[in-house]
Design a protein around this ligand. Structure first.
Ligand code: ADP
Ligand code: ADP
Length: 268
């Protein structure tokens, strides 16, 4: 039976993503309609997962590191284990570019050049994303803050709620090792899952392991643009580590993916 006036056309089945940075509202009719497509056993599993999450401590974490160091590879693993949300400003900006929003149109040229988008824009995105229910037990910020200005704005935002950053994971790696990582990167846009044609290939070439959907190569993942992005990182983002110095754990990111994951776990 259809309870809502727009059901008959039943047109919009929202994509279920696992990098959840969209707002969820209780009993939103569109979202509820999409749940009818999910098996009861899956819904029960999800409720059990959420109930288990209630027991976890809150953790507010930042992953810092140059493009290709492994932030986007590690964050989805760690966030599931600790019931955190994973907020990647790069992913969110790419979504805005894809959606053709005014902000997306402005950001595109800056991102294509490998430069940094304005502090106010990214802080605005993060401020909204942090209110999502899946951030209730804390978060992993991936690629944010990228300037000391962003870090200070984040600190004030959290201070209003009596909160602060607990841990900053600094993924350290030599610039030259990043060329193959970045030029060989393939991404599943729906989830943010990251693969690499040299080091971490998908099971089927060009396809996401979980959904089988096509993988993409990011337009800014060229050697040329990597050099500009690295300059931006060293000039503007490394001072963020100094800003949070008492909270930083530095990890050698030039190790097997699983090894890096275990060290992050120990550092949290
Ligand atoms: P970031 O989000 O920091 O830009 P990614 O997590 O997307 O970086 O990783 C960049 C590329 O390097 C991806 O293609 C990924 O598969 C690969 N990669 C990530 N961690 C490792 C690792 N420890 N060893 C080898 N390759 C890795
Ligand atoms: P990376 O793999 O280099 O870590 P991201 O996906 O995090 O790349 O970011 C891609 C691009 O999006 C950046 O080069 C920059 O233009 C923009 N961007 C992402 N996060 C921020 C931020 N916190 N501040 C400013 N610009 C950002």
């Amino acid at each position: 039976m259809c309870l809502y006036k727009h059901c008959p056309e039943s047109p919009r089945t929202p994509t279920i993503r696992d990098t959840t940075h969209t707002k969820t509202a209780l009993l939103d009719p569109v979202k509820m309609a999409s749940l009818t497509k999910v098996a009861t056993s899956e819904l029960v599993k999800e409720l059990q997962r959420r109930a288990a999450c209630e027991q976890k401590n809150e953790r507010r974490t930042i992953f810092v590191g140059p493009p290709g160091c492994g932030k986007g590879t590690q964050a989805p693993i760690i966030k599931d284990e600790y019931c955190l949300c994973h907020l990647s400003t790069g992913d969110m900006l790419r979504d805005a570019v894809k959606a053709g929003t005014e902000m997306g149109i402005k950001a595109k040229a800056i991102m294509d050049a490998g430069k940094l988008v304005g502090d106010d824009v990214v802080v605005g995105i993060i401020a909204e994303a942090l209110t999502a229910p899946d951030c209730a037990k804390g978060f992993i910020l991936d690629g944010f803050p990228r300037t000391v200005g962003q870090a200070k704005m984040l600190d004030s935002l959290l201070a209003k709620e009596g909160k602060s950053i607990d841990r900053v994971i600094n993924l350290e790696i030599d610039d030259e090792l990043l060329v193959k990582r970045v030029t060989g990167r393939l991404v599943h846009p729906g989830s943010g899952r990251s693969y690499n044609i040299y080091f971490n290939p998908p099971k089927v070439a060009g396809k996401d392991d979980i959904t089988g959907e096509p993988l993409i190569h990011r337009g800014d993942d060229t050697e040329d643009k990597l050099r500009t992005r690295l300059q931006e990182f060293h000039a503007k983002t490394t001072p963020v580590l100094e800003h949070y110095k008492s909270k930083v754990a530095t990890i050698n990111a030039d190790q097997e993916i699983n090894t890096v994951t275990s060290i992050i776990r120990k550092s949290l």
